[in-house]
Design a protein around this ligand. Structure first.
Ligand SMILES: O=C(O)c1ccc[n+]([C@@H]2O[C@H](COP(=O)([O-])O)[C@@H](O)[C@H]2O)c1
Ligand SMILES: Cc1cc2nc[nH]c2cc1C
Length: 363
């Protein structure tokens, strides 16, 4: 066990932790081989656009000149948020637990997509308001019954933050052990766009007005309530917001912290990650702040319709693959991008070279 340090404002932190270990380096030799192969395939160089660099990057990530995505693991982290009591969502908080049941029964969007992809789907309850009890496909790693209201308290305690991050880490270790070659994190949590916006404000030093959006579909009055909640929270926690871990503890959620832990562990173990929409991207930014370089293992799957997602994408330095106007969460936008990545790999692996096909003019 690490000893802990207590900051002047009373927050206790680990001086060094598993999530500070550096991410794995991409395999540059394999990257070079994949680059050379792209130049030999029967097409004008560059004519497959981003599909070429996707295959090359996946080859470098997997250390395999013939990358494959045949074992995709999708993990949905679900939790509730204290701030949801303040009218920041278009839906009642009960939906989080109800959707956990829907995931288990196979009726949610992500469960349909996971079946289409033949992907393994796991739901982790990291702190919904109530405990659903044993359900098929759902595991319990509950860190509390929702977070505290972050307008006037830290959302999590140092111990529950650590627990949530460890729950994400554990899922990646299992996926890695079972030969997974792509990780998709999803989330479910009524009110979590407000938490994600709070993290964005703190990490990007922007104003609440720039960071909020409709989430599940709040009206103009709801948007004002989100702004007001963020203003209170940022003022209350301003003394700790220079610290990325304390920021996550004070403004995040259990599912966001679990995703952060999962993303960091994936990068440490060398597992490619497809990042979903607004909330997942906020977790990816937290991961990048805690463990710089992890973003080298991330693909941003899609542009969320949540307006401030564009800021997160810029901060992560990545262009999303798709733009379908989606804003569902659950990892659904990331799931939509899997066929695209698989097609990029198939082209890279199976196309004939100029020499093989007897086509002239090639490298
Ligand atoms: O992924 C996104 O970009 C996204 C954008 C808006 C809403 N969501 C989902 O909607 C829920 C949060 O919305 P809200 O309005 O309750 O904060 C949560 O369960 C998310 O999965 C997700
Ligand atoms: C029904 C519903 C499903 C969701 N899935 C992810 N977030 C969601 C929010 C709502 C409201």
């Amino acid at each position: 066990m690490q000893s802990t340090i207590t900051l002047s404002i009373g927050i206790t932190m680990q001086p060094s932790s598993w999530f500070q270990a550096p991410p794995k380096a991409l395999d540059q030799h394999t990257q070079h081989i994949a680059q050379q192969r792209q130049l030999k395939l029967t097409k004008p160089p560059g004519s497959l656009g981003r599909l070429e660099s996707l295959a090359i990057t996946l080859a470098a990530m997997q250390g395999n000149p013939q990358p494959t995505l045949n074992k995709v693991g999708i993990v949905i982290f679900a939790a509730d948020h204290g701030v949801a009591a303040h009218g920041v969502s278009a839906f009642p908080q009960a939906v989080t637990v109800e959707m956990i049941r829907n995931f288990s029964r196979g009726g949610a969007a992500i469960t349909v997509l996971a079946r289409q992809l033949a992907a393994q789907l796991t739901v982790v309850d990291v702190g919904a308001l109530s405990d659903v009890g044993p359900l098929p496909g759902v595991i319990s790693r509950r860190c509390g019954a929702g977070t505290a209201d972050f307008r006037s308290q830290p959302a999590m305690q140092p111990t529950t933050l650590a627990q949530a991050m460890a729950a994400g880490c554990e899922q990646i270790e299992q996926l890695h052990h079972s030969g997974g070659n792509l990780f998709i994190g999803g989330e479910m949590g009524i009110g979590n766009t407000t938490s994600a916006s709070a993290l964005l404000c703190a990490y990007a030093h922007i104003e609440p007005q720039q960071a909020v959006g409709p989430g599940t579909g709040v009206d103009a009055a709801g948007l004002q309530r989100k702004i007001a909640a963020l203003q209170s929270a940022l003022a209350f926690h301003q003394g700790v917001l220079h610290d990325p871990l304390a920021t996550l503890q004070c403004l995040g959620g259990f599912e966001i912290a679990a995703l952060t832990g999962a993303y960091i562990r994936a990068a440490q173990l060398g597992m490619p990650v497809l990042v979903d929409g607004f909330i997942c991207s906020a977790a990816a930014l937290a991961a990048q702040r805690l463990c710089p370089g992890v973003e080298g293992w991330f693909f941003l799957a899609h542009h969320s319709a949540e307006p401030a997602h564009a800021i997160l994408c810029r901060m992560l330095g990545k262009e999303p693959l798709l733009n379908l106007g989606m804003r569902l969460g659950e990892g659904s936008g990331a799931a939509m991008a899997v066929p695209l990545l698989r097609m990029a790999c198939a082209l890279h692996n199976e196309m004939a070279t100029f020499a093989q096909a007897g086509v002239s003019g090639g490298a």
